[in-house]
Design a protein around this ligand. Sequence first.
Ligand code: GLU
Length: 388
Amino acid sequence: MSAATRDPPPTPAQALAAARRLVVKIGSGLLAAENGEVRRPWLDALADDVARFRSRGQEVILVSSGAIAVGRRHLGLAGRRLRLEEKQAAAATGQIRLAHAYQDALARHGITVAQILLTQEDTEERRRHLNGRATFAQLLALGAVPVVNENDTIATAEIRFGDNDRLAARVAQMTSADMLVLLSDIDGLYTADPRHDPSARHIPLVREIGPEIETMAGDAPLGYSSGGMVTKIAAARIAMSAGCRMLIAKGKDDGAAPGPLAAIEAGARATLFLPRGEPRSARKAWIAGAVNPSGVVIVDDGAARALQRGTSLLPAGVIEVEGIFERGDAVIIRTRSSVEVGRGLSAYSSTDIRRIAGHKSGEIAEILGYRGRDEIIHRDDLVVTEPR
Ligand code: GLU
């Protein structure tokens, strides 16, 4: 069989339709008018899109820029280049207005919004990452639409994302989303800057980010917005390594009525980045490859069999723990006879597991004095070892 027999790639519209959980990034230029007012008609059209996706059972997370653009004029900071501290102040006033605008626009469809402000450290430090992941999961399960931005007021220069393209990719990775849409002022990646070079060609599909893609993004300032095309390619790299598809699409066609996602569904041009794996398998590969498991959880044979059938690890099946580890650390699961059953991320510290081992999940709160997860290791955070 030759490699040429692989399935034809999906169109952007098909890729959107297939998404189960999508993260949509909205650039400042789409949302905020020149004078810093939120463009309500545009936002309402986006909200209509979101409501339609959700009614089809697709989960949506929004990552929105615009806090600085919307906030600055309220502090008398309009019309000039801002220093970092001024941007941080502008973001603090703008974020409130931004959140209200989303709240109003989505309330038209009876949808509740939830604000999440993240720093780069929150997405990278493991325990914060896992906490964030759990909060997103909870909000989505309760039917809310998370609206995310960088926590601009406290992120210092060195550790700032500074652009929401990469932040959105981290959010997609954190939430195991299977689609990331970067709504921008350009309808995708081009071989050269289409504003200056009439021979520039649009690239509809990227399967791998090789040197030629990097060069296209680096040489020409293709994106007209703050991040440019460079941060979009950086975002694609993060998303693809997490098994998440990504689209770069134009957020606004002047004068056009449909929402930006509706436009893609109707066939608008975009660039699709297509990774090889699925988000689930990418996350599991990460867990299986965790470099230094910090401890061992020893389980009884009944629990070992249940894990092989794909269930979560409950405290009732745990006999004892070896080593010292914290919540969120990678651990090995073994039987009493030292057979490895799997690896996973523990929802409890070694100290707490020692106390709840052998007990029912319903007793956790009473024993520990707080109510954590029912599972010691949830099946989403667990990889079963292939029997040898
Ligand atoms: N977080 C910034 C804001 O809300 C925007 C960053 C970006 O332009 O990507 O104003």
